[in-house]
Design a protein. Sequence first.
Length: 243
Amino acid sequence: MIPIPEKLVQALKHAERVVVLTGAGISAESGVPTFRDAQTGLWASFNPEELATREAFEKNPRRVWEWYAYRRDLIKNVKPNAGHLALAEMERRFPRFTLITQNVDGLHRRAGSRSVIELHGNLARSKCFEEDLPVPSWEEGPEIPPRCPRCGGSLRPDVVWFGEMLPVRELEAAMEAAKNAQIFLSVGTSALVQPAASLPFVALERGASVVEINPEETPLSPHASFFLKGPAGLILPVLVGGL
Ligand code: OAD
């Protein structure tokens, strides 16, 4: 059993505005590899940061498309874990609750979270590389990546790559929530990738209590009001159970 500081339990019990930021670590216990963990099998020798860029796609669109196809398939075969479920439960407990995720795996919605701000897009969607517009469906053919039915350009996953802007509406909503949070939880993220990594600091500056849940320390840890060291799938259910 992971001890949760009584001060945190009391603060959460009385909080009205709670914000949670998640990263790849929340899905680790479902069997989805995190970014900075080694990839498995076929992809073990590729660095995700070298696949998740426009330049990588321009150089080898097939390889990048296939990497995302592999991850899409992997996600189809996994289930949300106790951490995702606890966050879905939290949404029902607080008058104003905002869940912000950097994950593109859709597991929060599958766990029952209704309102999720997806900062880095979603693997399940595709868009046209040329037009930068969503492509909801296309005819499968021999070509990889498939072609845009409108302009014949290549399709790409609708996710944010390194060097690209985050979706404006989502980023604004996340910033606004962070500014108004009373309690801000940072769960399963290495807190290295901007601008998401700045959200807990925005909350701290505005006087929120920041709670970090991670088995490892991160650059956020020394600044967090509470650092709960351990896996999200163990800690979040205990935290929610105490409310
Ligand atoms: P990372 O792979 O950088 O970090 C995962 C974090 O999860 C690490 O700090 C781990 O210690 C922690 N972790 C591992 N298992 C955990 C568990 N069971 N419970 C809680 N935490 C656990 O992933 P992100 O921080 O999400 O961006 O990476 C941020 C962004 O960088 C990603 O969205 C992606 C990536 O490159 C883009 O693709 C734009």
